[in-house]
Ligand binder design. Sequence first.
Ligand code: PMV
Length: 367
Amino acid sequence: MQNHYRNPLLRMAPGYVFSGDIHWQSPSNIAIVKYWGKHGQQLPRNASISFTLQAAYTETELSYSPRTQESSDIALDFYFEGQPQPAFAQKINKFLSELAASEIMPFLPQFQLTIHSSNSFPHSAGIASSASSMSALALCLCTMEQELFGTLNSPAEFFRKASYFARLGSGSACRSLYPVMGEWGTLEKLADSTDLWASPCADWVHPVFHTYHDDILIVSKGEKSVSSRAGHQLMEGNPYAAARYQQANDNMVKLVDVLKAGDVHAFGEIAELEALTLHALMMSSQPPYLLMKPNSLAMIEKIREYRNETGQPLYFTLDAGPNLHLLYPTEIAEQVAPFIQSELLPLCEDGKMIRDRVGQGPVKFSA
Ligand code: PMV
């Protein structure tokens, strides 16, 4: 684990009595330029940028109280949607143990921790929950550190550190911390950019992109045949990897100007190129694999036909799965609604679509 936030002094004195309850809601995000390929401890091979979503989020409550006995392991009770969830609990336990062992949060074993987590979207909707769940957990951990030690002096510092923690949990989660869009990865064009955490973008992104819709067309609710984790790993042997990382950084450079200018068509072209490139990388991995389904392709054709006929800036992106994310500015929402309803919805599994939009980032609830 990278030790940029290592601080072995963050420990409670013997006989401390601090306890607390922390509650955050944090959203999912959808990448426009994709992060696909990593090295070291969740460090990206290229820069990426995403819309922060609104409707798809995780709520996490973290309670902590002093442990009666000294121990170096993590004491965690974890509940997902009210029920114990051993598989998730194990993943979170491992994450917290690494934070403690690498002295980023050495105080964690001093507490009994209870986490309750739930998602705003159904578990089997084919939507990745790692970005929202890991960013919500990272926010809770940062608040805990702040309550105990007062180490984080400004909101900017707080969110930067939360983004750093989120990245260690699940790379793309680090971009969920900010309103409208989050950028992650060193890019010469963006002065504050770094591979270590994501940075906010709302100030320089044109207002039209603050209004964007993301209708998630559920082509399949099933589990993916190849996880993102395995997908990232397969990039290490992909013969196109070097060219891809260069292309992604070039797309980022172009996209920054497009986002500043408010050019919705240039934006859509980059979004679709990135989506199809992501899936081309899967198809050219060794072994090759396919996550799109016949209806993903049928929808793509329909969207392109509709765009050719109407000239409307209706574009799509894809995550590492078969579901399409329809991206468009709110000013065309009424015009595109009948097309979505009559042509795309029938191609969704059980006619299921999740309407999401660009959102304002995480929310903290008072205890
Ligand atoms: O954060 P991970 O390891 O789940 O990887 C996410 C990868 C994509 O969602 C496909 C792209 C991205 O940038 O979010």
